[in-house]
Design a protein around this ligand. Structure first.
Ligand code: MEV
Length: 452
């Protein structure tokens, strides 16, 4: 039976870290002493580093480890990258590496940033005559730029800043509902803090101008700012990654599939994902296997990237595949257009010790270069998944990689692991199959020459 405290706890956040763990292990676990040891066992051996990690969040009691792997030899725009990937799914890094190797021999990935504009909005209600607000807008715009200067000066020096401010009226949402719709460039930073600071300054200026405009009646001087926040939908912060080669150069595939047959099947698989949202979701999930892994490894916000990517996938009203494929004049072309709002300076990218190392491993890329790298890995992942799906099926490779997890789960010893791996090297791995074979080894140790 599971334990659970009878009463809620007051002042949990004020407890020391050990105090928090003590309360948790005593109230939720059957073996408090061991769980205490386990949770503290994941603390960083370096106290200063642990303090840095604790500073990222609230109520931290331990660290949650994920594997940090690399895909070497990813050739993008003629340059080789060794790409860091943080992911727990066993076949993802292997798949990215294998696709990278495949395309390395065919010119690698070509990637280019199409635009780098981000967006923020001030949402407000004002119930005066619409034309009066339109008339105020030129002066309002000047005041907005003027008042925000202390926050934008630095960014402007780096080549970024506010690029456009529009006033949008949407009475269909609510009577008197408007938006200040703002475009910004944030150079090498993801820019969330910068954008939100700008927007909150805009809200103050807007309130001041409306409340003090002598042309407005007392009723018209009433304004309600609902909220000021960046939009994580950044369709104009867009990158394209693509691979291209003569169809004949695709080689041959499992079961004697020719290059032409493979290309046809592959292109049809992409077409299905462009039309069927059920398939598109899984197809795009495969793309995000690669994207998220690099986004996390470099300390970027994978929730923002995912939310934006899926909104973009549904931009014409139907959720579709983010990648596309074309075969024309004997040439195979496969590409991915994806909005990626990423940073290589500021935030976690500079604070997280491993994120810093990831960026160093990638040669200290600019945000632009990181967008190109991340999109290429997403495309590599998508290529690897589709190549497996239209040839051998996904389980063969996946279960091979998963075999180790199954063995750990079954408490297999090192000699047992070796024997099982050899046995399944030319067989389809299934959970049941592994369990039965392991049982055989354990009940007949003499036959397998395993020391008990
Ligand atoms: C598994 O994590 C991802 C795939 O399902 C993607 C796909 O089906 O394209 C293999």
């Amino acid at each position: 039976m599971s334990k659970a405290p009878k009463q809620p706890i007051a002042g949990f956040s004020k407890l020391s870290k050990v105090g928090k763990i003590k309360w948790i292990v005593e109230n939720f676990f059957r073996d408090p002493e061991n769980v205490m040891k386990e949770l503290t066992g994941y603390w960083h051996h370096n106290e200063d580093q642990q303090k840095v990690l604790d500073g990222f969040s609230e109520n931290t009691i331990s660290n949650f480890l994920l594997p940090y792997g690399v895909a070497p030899n990813v050739m993008i725009n003629g340059q080789y990258y060794c790409v860091p990937m943080v992911i727990e799914e066993s076949s993802v890094v292997a798949a990215a590496s294998s696709a990278a190797k495949f395309w390395m021999d065919r010119g690698g990935f070509q990637a280019r940033v199409i635009s780098m504009i981000k967006k923020g909005q001030v949402h407000f209600i004002w119930n005066g005559p619409h034309q009066k607000l339109i008339d105020l807008f030129p002066a309002l715009k000047l005041a907005l730029y003027e008042d925000v200067k202390i926050h934008t000066a630095n960014m402007e020096q780096r080549g970024g800043g506010i690029t456009r401010i529009e006033l949008l009226s949407m009475p269909e949402v609510e009577q008197g509902y408007y938006q200040l719709d703002v475009d910004l460039e944030t150079c090498d930073s993801m820019g969330a803090n910068f954008i939100n600071t700008v927007l909150e300054s805009f809200a103050q200026t807007l309130i001041r101008l409306i409340e003090t405009d002598p042309a407005f009646t007392p009723v018209e001087r009433q304004i309600q700012v609902i909220m000021s926040i960046l939009s994580n939908y950044t369709p104009d912060c867009l990158v394209r990654a693509e691979v291209i080669c003569p169809i004949a150069d695709l080689g041959t595939f499992a079961d004697g599939l020719t290059a032409e047959e493979f290309a046809d099947k592959f292109a049809l698989a992409v077409r299905i994902a462009r039309h069927d949202p059920y398939r598109a979701t899984t197809h795009n999930k495969g793309i995000f296997n690669g994207i998220d892994a690099v986004v996390i490894a470099t300390g970027n916000d994978f929730r923002a990237v995912e939310a934006c990517g899926h909104a973009y996938a549904a931009r014409d009203g139907q959720y579709r595949s983010l990648s596309d494929c074309e075969m024309k004049d004997g040439v195979f072309r496969f590409w991915l257009d994806i909005p990626l709002s990423l940073g290589t300076v500021g935030g976690l990218t500079t604070l997280h010790p491993m994120a810093k190392r990831s960026l160093e491993l990638l040669g200290e890329p600019t945000a632009r270069e990181l967008m190109e790298i991340v999109a290429s890995v997403g495309l590599a992942q998508n290529f690897a998944a589709l190549r497996s799906l239209v040839t051998t099926g996904i389980q063969q490779g996946h279960m091979k990689m998963h075999l180790m997890n199954i063995l750990v789960n079954m408490d297999a010893s090192e000699p047992e692991k070796d024997l099982v791996q050899v046995h399944f090297s030319d067989k389809v791995v299934t959970y049941q199959g592994v369990r039965e074979y392991l049982e055989k080894i354990r009940t007949q140790p003499a036959t397998f020459a395993v020391k008990p």
